[in-house]
Design a protein around this ligand. Structure first.
Ligand code: ZN
Length: 231
């Protein structure tokens, strides 16, 4: 099972890892879960499907990039993905195509809350806030909780992500993590990390409660990018 597809460019990286590091056939990957609609989480999903791997996620997730405003969000999200690539690229890295189908035809729908198809010891939980339809995945036996982008990890601490589309929902999602009180967090952009309740409580305490979205923040992101480009 794979938590999130990565971008379109990551699909070959995952298969390479399965075949050359794990030394297993790629068909051993039985399911790709999609936590939310962002290029680095859902962009590769359709390409895993093309390779015969089923994909599971929430149908409501497809609303995120729907229509004209959805299309604008899609373009901005792809631009931001390229920006991350631009910052982190190493010598010799080639520009890759990150554009992907905006709608995913899920093989398994994850609506409400329940157990993950094919992996019934994992539960999927509705934990919106970062977008409108974020899912988290919890394995009770081991106490591991995959929170996707709801918490961004660094070595020393966790912090809130960008964007935060729905602050009220985000707050409730963090509160639900506190209630679950898992042993460890699986963070999409870091690794596994011990769950420290006081860190999450600190985010809740210092949380401004305002939306953090492209409309509010894009000008400063663009300005920073141009400054970097021309310095
Ligand atoms: Zn995200």
């Amino acid at each position: 099972m794979l938590f999130d597809s990565g971008t379109r460019a990551d699909v070959s990286v995952v298969f390479d890892y399965i075949e050359n590091i794990l030394k297993r056939p790629r068909v051993d990957l039985k399911l790709v879960l999609v936590s939310h609609a962002h290029p680095d989480h859902s962009g590769g999903a359709s390409y895993f499907q093309k390779a015969g791997i089923p994909v599971a996620g929430s149908e409501k997730m497809n609303e995120w990039y729907k229509g004209l405003s959805g299309f604008a969000t899609y373009l901005v999200d792809i631009f931001l993905s390229y920006l991350v690539w631009f910052r982190k690229r190493e010598k010799g890295d080639k520009l890759r195509n990150l554009f992907f189908p905006r709608k995913i035809k899920f093989d398994f729908l994850l609506e409400g809350e329940g157990s993950v198809p094919l992996f019934p010891d994992w539960r999927y939980l509705k934990t919106p806030g970062h977008t409108l339809t974020d899912l988290s995945f919890y394995h009770e036996k081991s106490g591991k909780l995959y929170v996707a982008d709801n918490l961004i990890g660094a070595r020393k601490k966790c912090f809130a992500p960008y964007p935060i589309f729905s602050p009220d929902d985000y707050r409730k999602s963090l509160e639900s993590y506190l209630k679950i009180s898992p042993k460890s967090l699986l963070l999409a952009h870091y690794s596994e990390r011990e769950f420290v309740a006081s860190e999450v409580e600190a985010i809740l305490e210092n949380f401004p409660g305002k939306q953090r979205r492209h409309l509010n923040t894009l000008p400063s992101i663009l300005f920073g990018f141009l400054k970097r480009l021309f310095r």
